[in-house]
Design a protein around this ligand. Structure first.
Ligand SMILES: *[C@@H]1O[C@H](CO)[C@@H](O)[C@H](O)[C@H]1NC(C)=O
Length: 128
């Protein structure tokens, strides 16, 4: 009876180890997940533009834009980013908890509030 129990525990431990290994490996394959703005999220009160500083991003990494107010996230090109042009042909994310995968090179995200992008609610991320 007790021998059977030990056997089961061992099998479960092995299974768990396998699962952990799988999850870990998938994490490497699919890249890292970043929470934009960390605890504050995608928000007007954060110093958004500075958030990417000192971070090393790779293509395939995922940025999570959490926003209590469901502030939109617009994926734009560099010039629209610099000029805060949210009238362009941007891809818009509106859910308040959007996940966006980084492509190689420059990735530009802005808010579409009239003043918000100018206020600093935008980020530029370079992915290797
Ligand atoms: C950036 O996108 C806008 C549309 O939103 C377009 O008018 C502009 O030509 C683009 N700029 C570049 C450099 O591709």
């Amino acid at each position: 009876m007790s021998r059977t129990r030990v056997g089961k525990t061992r099998v479960m431990t092995l299974g768990l180890a396998l699962l952990v290994t799988l999850v870990f490996n998938c994490g490497i394959v699919h890249g890292k997940t970043w929470i934009v703005g960390d605890k504050g999220g995608w928000d007007l009160n954060e110093d958004m533009e500075k958030w990417p500083q000192g971070k090393y991003f790779k293509a395939g990494d995922v940025l999570v834009f959490n926003s209590k107010e469901a502030y939109h996230v617009l994926v734009v090109n560099e010039s629209d980013y610099i000029n805060c042009n949210f009238f362009g042909k941007a891809k818009i994310y509106k859910s308040g908890h959007d996940r966006i995968r980084l492509v190689k090179g420059g990735n530009y995200f802005i808010s579409d509030g009239p003043e918000w992008c100018g206020y600093g609610m935008r980020i530029a991320v370079n992915a290797e």
